[in-house]
Design a protein around this ligand. Sequence first.
Ligand code: UDX
Length: 464
Amino acid sequence: MEEERGKSAHVLLLPYPSQGHINPLLYFADRLASNGLRVTFVTPIQSKKYFHKADPAVLASTHLEFFSDGHDDGLPPDLDLEAYQSNLRRLGSRAVGDLIDRLTVQGVRPVSLVYDSFYLWALDVAHDHGILGVSFLTQSCAVGSIYNRYLHGHPVRPKEPNGHVTIPGMPLLGLRDIPSFIAQPEGNRFILEWLSGQFENIDQADYVLVNSFDSLEAEVRKEIAEAWSLMMIGPALPAVYLGSKNPRATKMSGEQGMLTDCLQWLDGRPVGSVVYVSFGSMAVLSAEQMEEVSGALRRSKWAFLWVVRPPSANEKAGNSLPEGFMEATSEQGLVVPWCSQLDVLSHRAVGCFVTHCGWNSTLEGLTQGVPMVAIPQWSDQPTNSKLVSDVWKMGVRVEVDEKEVVRSGEVERCIREVMEGERGAELRRNAQRWKDLAWEAVAEGGSSDNNIKKFVANMSSSHL
Ligand code: UDX
């Protein structure tokens, strides 16, 4: 087996160090490994914690290499993002270049570097070392298209606060629908230049892989595919959550599994009767917003499972529950600090996903056929929410008040819309349709499966 692996094409993967960027690349890596490629991750030491939260079965198929980004114990609370990115560029370029040289000497020279598109410098490292550079977009085609248009000076922002902008392949977008860094550029200039910078050299990448699938974003894909060697390879998720009988796939276990508690709790609930609430791995909600969500859950009377993630040392304070909430709702709900989201979403008891609409959560809810209540926070989430509610019609999006807070009556109204009545049934039917299409894309002969096989074949022939 090892000998066989030695003959396989070797691919390096460079994920951006955050949970929402590492997960899709890990799942994609597992897919490459099960198609016979050898895969090695290269990532900053401080990102080890995200790998610890990953599924051990998925990790088993990959090799990890770490480098220092100058913050091995974690990012500081007062991180200067611009200085950090510049350091990361310097230290990361050197570390990845040295690794390619070392692997070459060891006789396992990689054929390509698959890098998160957030690493603007990685393509140069790949090409300077004579290997293929593959940009991996962890966000949607729609969001990629908006940043790309911004970079090239096309209008992406409504002229009036209540106006709309026309972007090919998308519905009319208001200020609340476009990525937050474009909607509110004040204070976000660096992030905006950085994220739109992903597209500066994308036409020189040997491949552009997107964690999405053809039928999900057919229109917008048509608009951007021509200029780039674009391949939709998603949803990048473990095969077991996509209906596959792949014997390699097991459901999450290990550290993922404080998890068993919530799964057992779900086991005791009727089909479609639980509201699952999670705001991903980064969002920190204010005390006021937590109070409003708590009130909505209590009053809705539906059973709920809520991930209330304690902020890490480098985040602002927040995500705290109102006093007495846990005691008052101990019969109705369960609050956990983290869960195996895919196991929860694929559980038959879950009937609604109250989500911030991070791209991974959006795809995960969609592939499990769970209708959503979208409460976007920032970044790409407003655009994802727009797609969920207005294009895929598998969820409803909350309205915020003039203080940008979602009031409890509004959250409760949306939960009821998803969980109850004819409208709820319609959303469930639509969600089921998208689940079927997602599974079809990654099944044998589906559009994403074909693209992955083509990619693997091209990597293997570059290796010969
Ligand atoms: C960030 C951005 O916010 C998001 O908009 C962008 O598209 C990717 O990077 P994050 O906020 O963490 O990501 O959201 P999301 O993209 O949904 O990723 C969170 C990941 O953590 C998902 O894969 C989810 O399954 C996982 N998760 C979250 C858990 O496994 N357990 C939890 O309890 C919560």
